[in-house]
Design a protein around this ligand. Structure first.
Ligand code: FAD
Ligand code: SF4
Length: 467
């Protein structure tokens, strides 16, 4: 009998906007087993499956979906873990609409399969029922130590993935992380309401159980030198990310009340300033907040400021169509009451007699020819107006972290500060590899993880004499 095609995806329950915009708890509640099975049954089990090619780490998507239908969640997790060690994170934050779901066959006749939410379901269900622990113990038993040591710089998605893959191959791996907590952007940048930190910590705990050591509060290039690492380890992986905020030299940029998105989100997420004075890091947010930018970072800053009680405006120099933030996040921000103003750019920040921000002079823009990103370039019109604001959060992009790079003169970087690598992800220094935002500039979690996996394979080939 021909199978029945179900065009509409099974929705995931979400907390209502008027409730969730007052706290930092997770917005999307995810599938139950029953709902996940219903969504999994929509999958056509295509051969070959385009969704696998759409995934930057090539997860066997139809295979894990088939296991959900059989209620074999351990089997589903085993399939996912072959290619992705952090599925509870990627299931939540990947821009699936541009990846696996963007090329899913079902998308041509109806809604694509909700692959991200199914991946998240497997990871969450496994965690709740201790299934991940069971599978981990089986993997640990299979590890044969090979006596070689690898140092990983930076505990973001790139470094963590590289470390996990190497540990499974028997390497003794130590990660050096500048902050007091590992996770990179997933811990200090992406807010709780999108990615609960308890979930990130559990995925990190799994890596520790694989034998990966994590040395926090260690800024390589200052606390410890690169030369020391090179002498002590057989190979090095650099996953230092792109955590330096970009600024424009706008007049008044140093007024009180103006934050970089990086500072704003670090205070909120890593230091839990939204629970001040229970936590001792403060954050000052007035009645009206302007967030400058149109990416994920801008959306996260805006939605965080809203939860701190402010009226929030996203000020973006292009139109909604050119925004780089995930569609789901733009939609959530709109639902929660963030206001959007397009085709505007700050001209100067205006302060009061105490040096506090009180207004922003904005210039109207129009769209010109496409730039190197393929998006139409914003062109100033010369027409300006003034809007009152108590705070501004600058979220116009980030560049690779410099402290480490500048401490290694032999390391080749391009003019944007990105580390230059060959097709094996080896840098200009033999035995030293790099990946993630450090080589790409600001990109995505899954691309960073893909680099981590690829570099682990290259390191293994290099140290086995097969490079
Ligand atoms: C606010 C925000 C929201 C985002 N939302 C999404 C999203 O929804 N989906 C998505 O896919 N991507 C998103 N991204 C992008 C994504 O988070 C990054 O592409 C990804 O984290 C890059 O991983 P990474 O491991 O290369 O670097 P990072 O995550 O930046 O990790 C680098 C780590 O290296 C450490 N480090 C740096 N220098 C040193 C040193 N000298 N010594 C020791 N440690 C060092 C840093 O402290 C950090 O922990 C977002 C980014 C931001 C900022
Ligand atoms: S492309 Fe879509 S329908 Fe086909 S196997 Fe992948 S998820 Fe299932």
């Amino acid at each position: 009998m021909p199978r029945k095609i179900i065009k509409e995806r099974v929705p995931t329950p979400e907390r209502p906007p008027e409730e969730r915009n007052k706290d930092f708890n997770e917005v999307n509640l995810g599938y139950t087993l029953e709902l996940a099975k219903k969504e999994a049954e929509r999958c056509l089990q295509c051969k070959p499956a385009p969704c696998i090619q759409g995934c930057p780490v090539y997860i066997d998507i139809p295979a894990f979906i088939a296991k959900i239908i059989e209620e074999d969640i351990k089997g589903a997790l085993e399939v996912i873990w072959r290619n992705n060690s952090l599925p509870a994170i990627t299931g939540r934050v990947c821009p699936q609409e541009d990846q696996c779901e963007g090329v899913c066959t079902m998308g041509k006749i109806g809604d694509p399969i909700n692959i991200g939410k199914l991946e998240r379901f497997v990871a969450d269900y496994a965690r709740k029922h201790g299934i991940d622990e069971e599978l981990l113990q089986e993997q640990i038993k299979g590890i044969q130590p090979n006596g070689k040591k690898v140092a990983v710089i930076g505990a973001g998605p790139a470094g963590l993935t590289c470390a996990a893959e190497l540990a499974k191959m028997g390497y003794e791996v130590t990660i050096f992380e500048a902050l007091h907590e590992p996770g990179g952007v997933t811990i200090y940048g992406i807010p709780e309401f999108r990615l609960p930190k308890e979930i990130v910590r559990r995925e990190l705990e799994n890596l520790r159980k694989l034998g990966v050591k994590i040395e926090t509060d260690t800024l390589v290039g200052k606390t410890i030198t690169f030369e020391e690492l090179k002498q002590e380890y057989d190979a090095v992986f650099i996953g230092t990310g792109a955590g330096t905020p970009k600024f424009v030299k706008w007049e008044g940029i140093n007024l009180n009340g103006i934050y970089s998105a990086n500072e704003f989100l670090t205070r909120v997420n890593l230091m839990k300033a939204y629970q001040f004075p229970e936590y001792d890091t403060p954050i000052k947010v007035g009645k009206r907040v302007a967030v400058i930018g149109g990416g994920n970072t801008a959306m996260d800053a805006a939605r965080s400021a809203l939860r701190l009680g402010a009226e929030v405006w996203i000020l973006y120099r292009r139109t909604k169509k050119e925004m780089t933030a995930r569609i789901e996040e733009i939609h959530h921000a709109e639902e929660e009451g963030v206001k959007f103003m397009f085709l505007v750019s700050p001209k100067r920040f205006i302060g009061d007699e105490h040096g506090n921000l009180k207004a922003i002079e904005l210039e109207k823009m129009k769209l010109g020819e496409p730039d190197e990103t393929g998006r139409r370039r914003p062109v100033p019109t010369g027409e300006t107006f003034i809007m009152e604001f108590d705070n501004a959060v600058i979220a116009i992009g980030q560049t690779p972290n410099k402290t480490f790079i500048q401490s290694v003169p032999d390391l080749l970087v391009d003019r944007w500060g990105r580390i230059v690598v060959d097709d094996k992800l080896m840098t200009s220094i033999p035995g030293v590899f790099a990946g993630g935002d450090a080589i790409r500039g600001e990109a995505t979690v899954i691309l960073a993880m893909g680099d981590g996996r690829k570099a682990a394979k290259s390191i293994h080939e290099y140290l086995s004499g097969n490079a």
